[in-house]
Design a binder for this molecule. Structure first.
Ligand code: NAP
Length: 291
């Protein structure tokens, strides 16, 4: 059962016995379902081979979108597409290096070709690299900036051109973009810039009916952070994992860390009509680590 059918079934199961009450609940549930539905819409997700991007793509597909999946990792994209198709959805695999403007433009063309229109574009692809400021090389800055910042910028530009009927662009910033931390300056700088790019783009694209928002995730259990406790031979250092999760959980008033689902649900809200009056905002699914 997809998400929309599930919501309908849940609403039907809780309908009251009085005619008026049942009717108003049915109307409410229809509004609720359509507010979060992406049925008939085409959604591009970059970074869709892994982690948050993969989960966002699967969640968008459960909400009814035809998804177009961009990432460097073709095998990972195929795996995401297989999950979407197994759930009854439609996915187009489009290997893309988001740091290359012409490839990002080609991704937009592929999306319009696949769906006939473009409605949602999520810039999720990202990389992290640690270095002390005093040791940083031009290569450190280039490697992170080209993916996180240029990749997001070219994604916003391509989506802005291709969205002929309005739409929703979702960027991915980070709690790290707001909280200074040693060795993370380059990553944090790009994520802070993404938050401001989001506001600039919202101002520029709003008149075309295009909303631009960002999520700024807190620590989320994905392959990006799993590398912190994975040994070079691929085995997991369980002590390092437990220590890291305990440390990050303790930073949150909720006492826990996020899964990719937590980010995907926030992104679905920003993608769907439920957020139709929301633009230029940074939503922080971070467990209250930054308020
Ligand atoms: P992830 O599991 O590593 O996924 C990132 C994906 O982006 C990978 O499939 C990666 O491919 C892909 N990618 C890297 N460079 C690319 C390029 N040039 N073109 C296209 N795709 C490229 O990481 P994640 O945790 O899901 O992160 C997703 C986003 O959330 C990132 O922007 C990250 O900065 C942000 N974020 C994550 C956290 C967290 O705690 N996980 C917190 C805040 C923000 P490869 O694996 O081949 O490199």
């Amino acid at each position: 059962m997809d998400m929309i059918s599930g919501l309908r079934a849940a609403a039907a199961g809780t309908a009251g016995t009085g005619v008026d009450t049942a009717r108003s609940r049915a109307l409410l549930s229809d509004d609720l379902v359509s507010a979060f539905s992406l049925r008939g819409r085409t959604a591009v997700v970059t970074g869709a081979a892994s982690g948050i991007g993969r989960q966002a793509a699967i969640t968008f597909a459960h909400a009814g979108a035809d998804v177009v999946l961009g990432d460097l990792d073709r095998d990972g994209l195929e795996a995401t597409a297989a999950e979407v198709v197994a759930a009854g959805g439609t996915a187009t695999v489009a290997p893309t290096d988001v740091s290359d403007r012409s490839q990002v433009n080609a991704l937009a063309v592929a999306a319009v070709r696949a769906g006939g229109r473009l409605d949602v574009w999520a810039n999720v692809a990202g990389v992290i690299r640690t270095c002390r400021i005093v040791d940083a090389t031009p290569e450190d800055l280039d490697a992170v900036t080209r993916v996180n910042l240029y990749g997001t910028y070219w994604g916003v530009a391509a989506a802005g051109r291709a969205m002929k009927h309005g739409g929703s662009i979702i960027n991915v910033s980070s709690a790290g973009g707001e909280m200074p931390a040693p060795t993370l300056s380059v990553y944090a700088m790009t994520k802070a810039a993404i938050a401001h790019l989001t506001r600039c783009a919202a101002a520029e694209l709003g008149p075309a009916g295009i909303r631009v928002n960002a999520v700024a995730p807190g620590f989320t259990d994905t392959p990006m952070v799993q590398r912190l406790w994975t040994r070079p031979d691929g085995s997991v250092d369980e002590d390092a994992r437990a220590q890291m999760l305990a440390l990050r959980s303790a930073q949150s008033p909720l006492g826990t860390t996020a899964t990719a689902d937590d980010q995907a649900w926030a992104m679905l809200y920003l993608a769907a009509d439920a957020s139709r009056f929301v633009t230029g905002q940074v939503l922080r699914p971070n467990g209250g680590v930054v308020m």
